[in-house]
Design a protein around this ligand. Sequence first.
Ligand code: AMP
Ligand code: MG
Length: 493
Amino acid sequence: MNKNDNLSNPIQHQVYHALPDDVYSDVPPVRVEQPSLLALNHDLLSQYGLASSWFESAEGINFLAGNHDYAEQHPIAMGYAGHQFGHYSPQLGDGRAHMLGQFKDANGQLIDVQLKGSGRTPYSRGGDGRATRGAVIREYLISEAMAGLGIPTTRTLAMISTGDQVMRDYQMVPGAIQVRTATSHIRVGSFQYAYAKLGESGVKALADFLIEHHFSDIAESDNKYLALFEAICVRQANLIAQWMLVGFIHGVMNTDNMSLVGETIDFGPCAFMDEFKTNKVFSSIDRESRYAWDQQANIGYWNLQRLAETFLPLLDSDSDKAVEKVQAPLTTYINTFQHAFEQGLKRKLGVTVSTPDAEDLVNHALPMVAAEGMDFTQFFDALTRVAQGSPNSDVLALFSNQEKGEQWLNSWQEIREHSTETVSAMRTANPTLVARNHQVEQAIQDATERDDFALFHRLNEALKTPYTVSEENQDLQAAPAPNERVLRTFCGT
Ligand code: AMP
Ligand code: MG
């Protein structure tokens, strides 16, 4: 790579060309009127070991906006299928995204660079292939907040203004492109698509590709496809546990929105909860609460079962035996999730003992937070402060019933005294800041209606260090006032 050569394009690979050509289409992005750079993620570039100069040059901006000949890269749009809210759609795919290619990061890992909102593709169906500035800001802020929390996620490298307007809800709004990076864009839906198009050979090609690029440690396993399926299950279980432990609701866990490398992908109507409710749903399109906070682990399992269906021919030529073989990894998924979630919750509470009293407190902690209607992030933040020596009133202020609050704090403090977890370890499980919906919406409104990106930049900066207690960001810890509450989030694509 030309790491030291600041003005050359680092995107030099197109690894997906190794896949059967039925699972993608060669198609360049569509030109835009007047591209400009709205935001560039300098920290991410330096983490990748890339200089920013080329990305800020006219050539770089045009390249990321769709205004280039791409003679060397051969961009593609990927095909995928997917169960959307439980119903199978055989033909989804990148309807408004183009995979430009990959660069090698400082560790030698290939990183996908994908444009989202870059024009129509063979998978666009009725869509215009474009994205709004608001939707790009949303994914930018939330994916970077996720990274700040230390949770695996696709990233946002840049946001480009197209200079074009797009029509949404009978209104013209500014168009934008998200430059998204990820270690992979292969989804459960990619396997469903390859299986439907090509059968066993398609699934084998995708599985071999994943092993080569992302799961090389299992390449020598006896039954490498079963080992691959298990490794995917483990990553997914850990990911979903991590989401839930910070009160995150993905919102649209369709099989096309589940990445097989275990990164959070496709931030649509997602949200970090303010007031905690176990069956909370934000998405305006999730009418049956399929993707509620407390359903996410079950849905992960359901999605992995759909993936398992495509894996069966790789596991055994006898389909009954294949079905039998796939049970163990699915059980591993359940056990891994439960372990990760329980351990994570104990860390959040600063509890390391396993006495019956301690188990009881841990098991009832979240129902208690829900019954009191407390703010999820504020409760665990206040608890960390009290563990650190702040007055009990920091936590008590969040209880509507003071007597209940005092009782709960007393039993917690007793258990805490016998626990060995340090306060700083407790802090690493309890962020002070999450990307709150009302703040994200305000940043979108400012940027869309007034070209004012101040809040966007401020949130972006603050959310890089969500576990740091800072005077200057104290106002960002506030829960929404009643008139600021966002009750529903929309795809707003
Ligand atoms: P998403 O809700 O972003 O996960 O998208 C679901 C499917 O709809 C994917 O196949 C997208 O590519 C497609 N899609 C979403 N928005 C558009 C659009 N504006 N134009 C074309 N396809 C779209
Ligand atoms: Mg999607």
